[in-house]
Write a protein that binds this ligand. Structure first.
Ligand SMILES: Nc1ncnc2c1ncn2[C@@H]1O[C@H](COP(=O)(O)OP(=O)(O)O)[C@@H](O)[C@H]1O
Ligand SMILES: [Mg+2]
Length: 383
């Protein structure tokens, strides 16, 4: 799939923009603080209805106004889909094909994006929340069922945690209601864990191939899903559900004491191993970078496998962070395959040689100028 058009109204530092993109590599060129990341963010938000940079939708609205709008046209094998998102004080509204969607989980998945920013190294190095968020965002995009289960799980988790806190102040504890909440939570939790395991298996396969190529066969990347559910019970949702229920029972005292739910997918983690060693703790910086890059590139293949379409790739200031070998790998992997948006302050060195026929946009203070002459700056290679 690719994003053919994008319109912005009062989004961040854009007053109004109306853009038409190329199907290949689109380069967003500009000095710092001009709006390059804001533009990538707009595409990301159009796909997922929420930003990767802020949890507060209001940050997306231009400071001088109250309402922001992002709209675009996505071209897929099955046809062209107009998408529209409006952010205002009343909340957000999402339209597909000009029809308002009651649930955001029905909207997400129309446009699939993969964002790769320098912070993504945190997938390997950062806290477990980063990796859980990574799984939830990526798998949610590919699978509406996953998103639905996740939102049910979150609601129930809040309820159960609130109830556990309430119980702390009660002499006589109604454990029956707690067990009702536990059963419901375990059912959704098990669906999430089972879906994660299935998706991770596929993602691992693709990441392994890529990591092997970048490391020239010297390193083998493997994934390990870290959870309190015993390994031999990590099978179907029913078995996982029973295991979760047993774990709640076992830890009931502790949960009542701490007033919070201690087991489930919101506590799980994902470990990346290179040659059998956890790369988070034992990996060199190079291995950590290769791992992050392999996992990100693997998502492209996984999305294609799951949805039948390649996603749109958003690369925010990453090329300058990668050495020549990794840049070459990245750009050859996506060339002619994946519509890509690359932000950079200058197009030079190996990047310029590697990118064939880019569509270039110059960004200055929230204004975008499309570079009509594609050959300018020697960015094009004649074939
Ligand atoms: N809600 C907003 N309204 C207006 N301007 C904003 C808003 N949010 C961020 N900005 C401005 O956007 C600019 C940053 O843009 P950004 O895309 O991050 O820059 P870069 O080109 O370096 O990636 C800053 O000047 C910031 O003040
Ligand atoms: Mg930026």
């Amino acid at each position: 799939m690719y994003l053919q058009e994008l319109q912005l109204q009062h989004f961040r530092n854009y007053t109004a923009a109306n853009l038409r993109f190329g199907q290949g590599i689109n380069v967003l060129l500009g000095e710092n603080a001009q709006g390059k990341t804001n533009l990538l963010e707009a595409i990301y938000v159009l796909a997922l209805t929420r930003s990767h940079r802020t949890a507060n939708d209001h940050d997306l609205v231009n400071w001088q106004t109250k309402t922001a709008k992002i709209s675009g046209r996505v071209v897929k094998a099955a046809g062209t889909v107009p998408l529209e998102l409006t952010f205002s004080r009343q909340g957000k509204r999402a339209k597909v094909n000009h029809l308002e969607q009651a649930r955001l989980s029905q909207y997400v998945g129309q446009l699939n994006v993969i964002l790769f920013a320098p912070e993504d190294l945190a997938i390997v190095k950062g806290a477990p929340t980063v990796r859980r968020r990574f799984m939830d965002m990526e798998f949610g995009q590919m699978n509406p069922r996953y998103l639905y289960n996740l939102s049910q799980y979150r609601t129930l988790l809040k309820q159960r945690n609130r109830y556990l806190k309430d119980l702390q102040h009660k002499q006589k504890k109604d454990l029956l209601f707690l067990s009702v909440l536990s059963d419901q939570l375990a059912a959704y939790g098990a669906e999430i864990i089972a879906a994660r395991l299935g998706m991770l298996k596929k993602l691992e396969h693709w990441a392994q191939v890529i990591h092997g190529e970048i490391s020239q066969g010297r390193e083998e990347l493997t994934f390990h899903y870290a959870t309190q559910v015993p390994d031999d019970q990590l099978t179907d949702p029913q078995t996982i559900c029973a295991a979760l229920t047993a774990l709640y029972q076992k830890q009931q005292e502790k949960e009542l004491y701490q007033g919070t739910t201690l087991v489930g997918p919101h506590r799980d983690d994902l470990h990346f191993q290179v040659n059998g060693k956890n790369v988070q703790t034992f990996g060199s910086q190079g291995q950590q970078r290769t791992t992050a890059l392999s996992v990100k590139l693997a998502e492209i293949d996984l999305m294609k496998e799951e949805t039948g379409e390649y996603p749109v790739l958003l690369l925010d200031d990453v090329l300058s962070e990668l050495d020549d070998a990794r840049q070459t790998h990245l750009l050859t992997a996506i060339q002619d395959k994946v519509q890509t948006f690359i932000t950079t302050t200058s197009l030079s060195g190996i990047t310029r040689q590697l990118i064939k026929d880019p569509t270039i946009f110059q960004i200055t203070d929230g204004q975008v100028v499309a570079d009509g002459d594609k050959g300018s700056g020697g960015a094009t290679k004649e074939d």
